[in-house]
Design a binder for this molecule. Structure first.
Ligand code: UDP
Length: 234
């Protein structure tokens, strides 16, 4: 079970116990800006694995189909081997990051309704933003798959907003990835402070990867806090 099939920036995929199951292992490497900023943060893998597994359990309890099969240990889990759709789905509830820069909307402004946008999953191309008609035109996904991903992203957002609100955390935005498995589109990859913006509801303190991107310090204290609060309410 130790053959590496693929090594990404924050996770390694190893051969699993059967053809349609992979072993995913979370690494301690933190990266940002398409891998240009990189650092080892001891314990990050354990924290992201725990947070993502907890969120995936919660989503599964609410009938969201996910790739998670079984948690093995603090940094490893078995996941269904899906064919990843090469599109990142970004959901936003509050303006921040690239959205604020691009559209001149002050960071922290609540949006009148959640937005969904897409980017091509490609570090080489710098994850360029892409629209639905471009996605289907170049064959990254079919129209049915796109419609399904949008519906799932909206539902996942509603469920996560409830979960994080219970933990006194504002879910600002997050990125999802989906895959094809057994004729269905299922949720894949992690949902963690690496892929979400999470702000303390009372103080606005950032508890996510922006601590790393923006050199705010004590990166993992934020992740620990997210895990502690989610564990209390999940
Ligand atoms: N995101 C991600 N991976 C990416 C791009 C974005 O996980 O390759 C997440 C990011 O953590 C944030 C949300 O998607 O929670 C929106 O990111 P944004 O477009 O604002 O990008 P950034 O400000 O990081 O350039």
């Amino acid at each position: 079970m130790d053959e590496i099939l693929y090594e990404g920036k924050s996770k390694v995929l190893l051969r699993g116990p059967s053809d349609d199951v992979l072993l995913v292992r979370y690494k301690d490497t933190a990266t940002a800006f398409d891998g240009k900023k990189k650092e080892e943060l001891a314990g990050k893998g354990r924290l992201n694995a725990a947070i993502s597994n907890l969120i995936y359990d919660y989503l599964a309890q609410h009938d969201v189909q996910t790739h998670l099969v079984e948690v093995l240990d603090e940094t490893s889990a078995l996941v269904k081997q899906a064919e990843i759709v090469m599109v990142e789905v970004i959901v936003r509830n509050v303006a921040a990051g690239s959205f604020s820069r691009k559209y001149g909307v002050e960071e922290g402004s609540a949006l009148q309704h959640p937005t969904i946008e897409f980017s091509v999953k490609s570090d080489e191309l710098g994850d360029p933003m892409i629209n639905g008609s471009q996605i289907t035109a170049i064959g990254l996904a079919t129209q049915d798959e796109l419609t399904d991903m949008i519906a799932q992203a909206k539902r996942i957002n509603e469920l996560l907003c409830v979960l994080f609100a219970r933990a006194e955390i504002r879910l600002v935005d997050f990125k999802l990835e989906f895959g094809r498995f057994d004729g269905h589109i299922i949720l894949c990859d992690e949902i963690s402070p690496d892929s979400c913006r999470l702000w303390d509801m009372q103080t606005g303190e950032k508890l996510d990867k922006d601590r790393f991107r923006r050199d705010l310090g004590n990166v993992l204290d934020g992740y620990e806090e997210v895990l502690r609060r989610l564990s209390d309410v999940a």
